[in-house]
Design a protein around this ligand. Structure first.
Ligand code: ADP
Length: 265
């Protein structure tokens, strides 16, 4: 009798960088912001990207999200190689497959919360899936606030609107750049909880850039960058284990924000 073992479940890759390099400037001002970075972001996973100031976190996010071009190597969203796309196709991919959450909430002041949430889809001429939208609004705790304008909402509530807006079109991946940077710790914890719930309960994929070990502890996985290279990775992080790894990064403990030096080679 033969026993068959089920093959390990293959998890889809939502985005992937392969030997991705990004160089800014030339000659004296040449900076290698990313140096042959290879990293995979699996579907349904919450990844935090951490590293000292100037280590390449934002550059990596911008290259992966098609907001910046790569100098060498590749950035893929799903199976799509971003460098192969023309401007129009790239705009469409960003609109259809990627959600963004920034530190500044970027809401339109004259629109209600509900209108802000569906704005990107309205612009794209896509009809929101009402059932999904209701779940999103419920997940981020905005029911009852949908008719409010941003000025009538607290910072934390405004960021919830931004989270709901990113989730509304059910994108393949959400990139969040210091999403709690402008919030007090309680509102920040709420937003991080909602992001985690969107991954656990709604199956979203989230990649978040942060310098805060507590924020990173909400993720399933933390990827550490130093000097444009991936130098470490942690699964099931806690604020303490993240902090400890940060201290052991090259240049991690004694480098203060803003003192990143251009590297010439
Ligand atoms: P982080 O997000 O980790 O603080 P960045 O990705 O912003 O790091 O920056 C990585 C490196 O690339 C830094 O040395 C930074 O000065 C440089 N850099 C980033 N953007 C530009 C740019 N547009 N022009 C020139 N240098 C840049």
């Amino acid at each position: 009798m033969t026993t068959t073992t089920a093959p390990p479940t293959a998890t889809a890759t939502a985005a992937r960088a392969t030997d991705l390099s990004k160089v800014y400037g030339e000659g004296e001002t040449r900076v290698v912001a990313l140096d042959a970075v290879s990293v995979e972001f699996r579907s349904g996973e919450f990844t935090a990207i951490m590293g000292p100031s100037g280590s390449g976190k934002s550059t990596l996010m911008h290259c992966m999200a098609g907001l910046d071009t790569v100098s060498a190597g590749s950035a893929r969203i799903g199976d799509t190689e971003l460098a192969s796309l023309k401007d129009k196709q790239l705009t469409k991919l960003r609109r259809d497959k990627i959600g963004f959450i920034f530190q500044a909430f970027n809401l339109l002041p004259t629109l209600t919360a509900a209108e802000n949430i569906t704005l990107p889809m309205d612009i794209a001429g896509r009809k929101p899936d009402q059932e999904w939208l209701d779940r999103v609004v419920e997940t981020v705790g905005l029911a009852g606030r949908l008719k409010h304008r941003p000025s009538q909402l607290s910072g934390g509530q405004q960021q919830r609107v931004a989270v709901a807006r990113a989730l509304a079109s059910r994108p393949e991946i959400i990139f969040a750049d210091e999403p709690t940077g402008n919030l007090d710790s309680r509102a920040g914890a709420e937003i991080l909880g909602f992001l985690r719930n969107s991954v656990r309960e709604l199956g979203q994929t989230v990649v978040m850039v942060t310098h805060d070990p507590v924020a990173a502890s909400y993720a399933d996985r933390v990827v550490f960058l130093a000097d444009g290279r991936i130098v470490d990775e942690l699964h099931g992080p806690t604020a303490d284990t993240v902090l400890e790894r940060m201290r052991n990064l090259p240049g991690g403990s004694d480098r203060t924000p803003g003192d990143a030096k251009p590297r010439t080679s």
